[in-house]
Write a protein that binds this ligand. Structure first.
Ligand SMILES: [Zn+2]
Length: 456
């Protein structure tokens, strides 16, 4: 049961309640869930860890988490599983990129920005996926970017530059990852077939025991993959990255939660357990674009995937789920422009990314009002219209307009170096508590699964 804690009133109307939660007193906007303190739950199972599901919302930090809670109107599924923070700096910069961040989070070794699966002297470093394979576990990678993009790449390839996606594709395939789902078919097809590879990796995949699927329907029908018999699943659902979640309707692409669920279905057949990494890739891209709608709606899709993982872990009892962004992107703020409020829920009624709206503008941008008003609930003033018409980058101007309405701020169009929240559920989840390094994450997973990480 929830412990009764005393409530202390401080200063001008702030209440500190149970579990350190706070709400503004006498606030008309106080939601039902605010100030209730820690939820009453039974606590994580305490068995041994056979499976790890590593969920990485790329570019997500506490500001995304707070804005998302207001957007949703209640706690997100991860909130009650918060354990601590991790430090993200790389070997050569206080602000990491996804390749160095991912290498640290996959291998426990800090490296230079841009580097995939190598230390700062160019030596290959073993990844938690590879050491899980060595222990006889099945493995999977899921992303909404190309599957060869930095974050999934760091788990199953070792290259000097993250931009070398054709080489990453070859290595990932050679690495025998049992399930790979995401975008990036171009990096598996030869140039003669419109791709960017020098051989046909899709054919090679089939020869190596992969079932190839390219649509959501085919993915959902692929229910007889037997990993114990060496059968594998490759799903590449777009030539490049998948579409943003808010534009997925009308495509044949699966959602992140579809891909997560199907991966678990396949991998859980392995008696030795499994390691699965799932990336919400595009929260980062929303941050680069300063697009609050894209950020909230892709976070929502990511949350649905986390729900699938936790549902499985609850039933299984021997599965550890860890959720941690790799770094922050965009320097998002909760509230902006000097106003003491935030209204991210307003972007629920925005129906296109800023990039998609900018694409609909005509050459002299005379249709700004029409385009933006057709995709948002907002009425533009003459001044707003002019600002977007005259902006150097209309996409950013539209996104800043929407951000101003939602009182979501941005301080960068790149990454920032702030500490990132770590959430964990399942046996051994408490070991992720406190202030840790990004390099601790895979080491703690290795300890929990009793696999050796680091000898390569
Ligand atoms: Zn990243």
């Amino acid at each position: 049961m929830l412990k009764k804690l005393s409530i202390i009133t401080v200063g001008a109307g702030l209440i500190f309640g149970a579990g350190g939660s706070w709400v503004q007193q006498a606030d008309a906007q106080k939601p039902d869930w605010a100030g209730e303190g820690k939820p009453d739950h039974a606590g994580p199972p305490q068995g041994k860890v056979e499976n790890v599901i590593y969920m990485i919302p790329d570019g997500f930090n506490a500001d995304d988490a707070t804005n998302y809670r207001w957007y949703k109107g209640e706690d997100a599924v991860w909130d009650e599983h918060l354990k601590g923070l991790h430090k993200t700096y790389s070997d050569d910069s206080r602000v990491t990129d996804s390749a160095a961040a991912g290498t640290a989070m996959a291998s426990g070794v800090k490296t230079n920005n841009g580097t995939v699966g190598l230390d700062d002297e160019g030596n290959e470093v073993e990844t938690i996926l590879e050491s899980s394979e060595e222990k006889g576990k099945s493995t999977g990678l899921v992303a909404t970017s190309t599957i060869t993009h930095a974050t999934p790449a760091v788990f199953a390839s070792h290259v000097e530059s993250r931009d070398n996606e054709p080489e990453i594709a070859k290595q990932m395939l050679a690495n025998d990852v049992d399930v790979m789902l995401g975008g990036g078919k171009d990096f598996f097809l030869p140039e003669s077939e419109g791709g960017e590879q020098d051989e046909n990796l899709l054919e090679q995949a089939e020869e190596a025991g992969y079932t190839n699927v390219e649509t959501r329907d085919a993915l959902m029908e692929a229910d007889d993959i037997d990993v114990e018999e060496g059968e594998k699943l490759l799903g590449l659902f777009a030539d490049g990255p998948l579409t943003p979640e808010m534009e997925r309707e009308g495509t044949e692409q699966p959602s992140l939660s579809d891909m997560t669920e199907r991966s678990i279905d396949v991998l859980e057949q392995d008696k030795d357990g499994f390691f699965l990494m799932v990336e919400g890739s595009q929260i980062d891209w929303a941050g680069h674009d300063n697009d609050p709608t894209w950020a909230m709606k892709d976070t929502e899709a990511f949350e649905q995937a986390v729900e699938k993982a936790i549902e499985f872990a609850e039933e299984d009892g021997n599965t550890l789920v860890v959720v941690a962004g790799d770094h922050e992107t965009g320097g998002m703020t909760v509230g902006s422009n000097g106003e003491y409020d935030t209204k991210p829920e307003l972007v629920k009624d925005v129906t296109a990314t800023g990039a998609a709206m900018a694409d609909e503008l005509n050459e002299d941008r005379s249709n700004v009002e029409e385009v933006v008003e057709s995709h948002t609930p907002f009425d533009l003033t003459e001044e707003d219209v002019e600002e977007i018409q005259e902006a150097e980058d209309p996409k950013m101007a539209i996104n800043h307009y929407v951000s101003d309405q939602a009182l979501v701020g941005w301080t960068s169009d790149g990454h920032t170096g702030v500490d990132i929240p770590v959430y964990a559920y399942g046996p051994q989840s408490d070991s992720f508590s406190g202030m840790i390094e990004n390099t601790d994450l895979p080491n703690l997973m290795a300890e929990a699964m009793k696999v050796d990480l680091g000898d390569k």
